[in-house]
Design a protein around this ligand. Structure first.
Ligand code: PLP
Ligand code: SF4
Length: 338
């Protein structure tokens, strides 16, 4: 662990915090930016109130102007379909409240613990299984941070700490550094994992300071990104993902299979090829969690399995993500046969 403090953030050309602050929060502004009329889409005011629209500009820049069916737009647009009651779609489909045994901690996977390091995200994905999660109860005070770290310290079966959220990269680099140092000081922890969508929606979040911090860690570090469509990755940002990779961070991706967004063989194969070119290994392809307000994204399991089978016929094995479903109460994801 290097003790040299680095101040390279000051020279980042466009600070991620400024980009975050400049995000779209009004559907009308986003639509105007995309040369769309409200009549082109099925916007819902109610859905906006239930779960606000939040879209950073770098992500909006990768949407196709004038296309109401753009696969990135469809992931973030509050639509009327969200307000329909659909049987089986509930607020806590994974029963996480039960695994949330202590504030800020979810311990349901063997040897791994989730540390809910930040309560917010840089983007609000409409299908998110945490859209109804009581984040406000999990915003940690300094004392609660210590209690969460004590929990990890006191259980030597925990080998891996997964920073989750919300999005853990919402934390400033200085704060992350302190957290990392405390985790590194726990001898039985060997691996650190960061689950984040921030490097995708604001690639400037991959700061030089972040890369140095992770490169210097004694822990084996991985970062599980969340990318659903090849258009989410722009060639202009390739160097940032490479920088993260060159810092020794293993980059993995989890995607969610979403109707109209990526439910075709063409979209899925392009996604997995594009990921690899960015140094990211396809890891999971999730079936949608039955979360209230997300039924319009559902792809039936039979279709999912068929798509997965077709992918196997055209891509090398290492570009095939595992097709999985998360089931409440289970200690691992359920692998689906193709
Ligand atoms: C599945 C999952 C995990 C555990 O992941 P593994 O890769 O199976 O160890 C951790 N956090 C979240 C949010 C997950 O969805
Ligand atoms: S970034 Fe992840 S946690 Fe945040 S809203 Fe999107 S899917 Fe949910």
């Amino acid at each position: 662990m290097s003790i040299i403090t680095r101040t390279s953030d000051a020279v980042e050309p466009q600070d991620w915090r400024q980009l975050l602050a400049g995000s779209f929060r009004q559907a009308s502004e986003l639509l105007h930016y995309l040369n769309l009329q409200p009549a082109d889409v099925e916007l819902s005011e109610q859905a906006c109130r239930d779960f606000p629209l939040l879209v950073p500009r770098p992500f909006a820049d990768r949407m196709q102007k004038g296309n109401p069916q753009d696969p990135l737009l469809l992931q973030v647009l509050p639509q009327q379909a969200e307000t329909l009651e659909v049987t089986g779609y509930i607020t806590d489909p994974l029963a996480e409240k039960h695994a949330n045994i202590q504030q800020g901690i979810i311990h349901k996977y063997h040897g791994r613990v989730l540390l809910l390091a930040a309560s917010g995200c840089a983007v609000n994905c409409r299908y998110c299984f945490r859209r109804h999660f009581p984040y406000q109860d999990n915003r940690l005070s300094r004392k609660q941070w210590q209690q969460a770290l004590d929990y990890i310290r006191n259980d030597n079966s925990i080998e891996e700490v997964i920073l989750s959220g919300g999005d853990p990269l919402m934390l400033q680099d200085e704060h992350l550094q302190q957290l990392l140092q405390q985790i590194e000081a726990i001898p039985h922890v060997r691996r650190l994992r960061i689950h984040s969508r921030l490097p995708v929606v604001i690639p400037q979040r991959i700061t030089t300071a972040l890369c140095h911090m992770l490169a210097d860690s004694r822990l084996a570090v991985s970062c599980v990104l969340h990318i659903n469509h090849a258009n989410e990755l722009s060639e202009n940002d390739l160097f940032r993902f490479k920088q993260l990779q060159h810092s020794g961070v293993v980059l993995l991706n989890q995607a969610v299979l979403l109707k109209q967004v990526n439910d075709s063989l063409r979209d899925l194969s392009e996604l997995n090829k594009q990921l690899f070119e960015f140094g990211i290994v396809p890891y999971y392809l999730h079936l949608l969690d039955p979360v209230k307000g997300a039924a319009h994204y559902d792809v039936p399991e039979s279709q999912a399995r068929h798509l997965h089978q077709q992918l196997q016929q055209i891509l090398p094995g290492y570009l095939i993500p595992r097709l999985v479903r998360e089931e409440g109460g289970k200690r691992h994801k359920t692998l689906l046969p193709s």
